[in-house]
Design a binder for this molecule. Structure first.
Ligand SMILES: Nc1ncnc2c1ncn2[C@@H]1O[C@H](COP(=O)(O)OP(=O)(O)O)[C@@H](O)[C@H]1O
Ligand SMILES: [Mg+2]
Length: 212
């Protein structure tokens, strides 16, 4: 068992925390044959809704466990889950700031999604500070980006200014991420080949090497 915890956190809503949670979870299962648990700590429960749709459609996967917890509870829950899972992913709500601490303390890696937008930049400092204080490995994930946008350079400058690193894979803005969620699926399950699969697979490989 690898027994590692990834917390996906970002003050701003809609940056792709839940989307990254499910796509990474299925990538770890599909491409690396790992056992994965996902924990929904967002009272909005989008991750839970996604999982319920899967359950209703009988899209079963023995290597995927779903739990809900409060931000505090996630610390306890992840400790238990990592005993018999390779990876535990904690999906968090927006607007958490000081409440984020327990879920960040539980993490071996804190993944912070941002899109190439100043509004996302402004929201990123608080979580990054909490993760730095807790001495955690932090990676910024550029998500939902137009790969040709000039804002990508600005995003890289912003990440450098925060003295942080980003993953080597930018996740583009792709319809498949959006449409698959509503079906209780992931891009990784909907497509056999394609750009979304390539980028999520590459990202899952880098994250695993960071965790080992
Ligand atoms: N890479 C992407 N490409 C296209 N749409 C995306 C992408 N990532 C997220 N989305 C969409 O953006 C919206 C917000 O994503 P979500 O994962 O729910 O964010 P969060 O959990 O951070 O609030 C959803 O409609 C989702 O389908
Ligand atoms: Mg969410």
């Amino acid at each position: 068992m690898l027994s590692k915890v990834i917390t996906i956190s970002q003050q701003k809503g809609g940056t792709g925390k839940t989307t990254l949670t499910v796509n990474l979870a299925l990538a770890f299962i599909k491409y690396h044959n790992l056992k994965v648990a996902i924990i929904d700590t967002d009272p909005q429960g989008s991750l839970g809704k996604w999982f319920m749709i899967r359950a209703e459609k009988k899209i079963s996967n023995n290597n995927l466990t779903f739990k809900t917890a409060s931000l505090w509870g996630a610390q306890y829950e992840s400790k238990i889950l990592k005993k018999d899972h390779d990876i535990v992913i904690i999906d968090t709500p927006p607007k958490i700031e000081s409440d984020a601490r327990p879920s960040i303390e539980a993490a071996d890696l804190v993944l912070i999604p941002v899109s190439a937008s100043h509004v996302d930049f402004w929201a990123t400092g608080a979580i990054a500070d909490i993760a730095k204080q807790a001495n955690k490995k932090i990676l910024i994930q550029i998500n939902r980006s137009n790969l040709r946008s000039k804002l990508i350079n600005k995003t890289n400058d912003f990440i450098k200014n925060l003295k942080l690193s980003s993953t080597k894979t930018i996740i583009a803005n792709r319809q498949i991420y959006n449409s698959s969620m509503g079906e209780g699926k992931t891009a990784v399950e909907k497509q056999k080949k394609g750009k979304a699969i390539e980028e999520i697979k590459k990202l899952s490989e880098q994250i695993l090497s960071e965790l080992k």
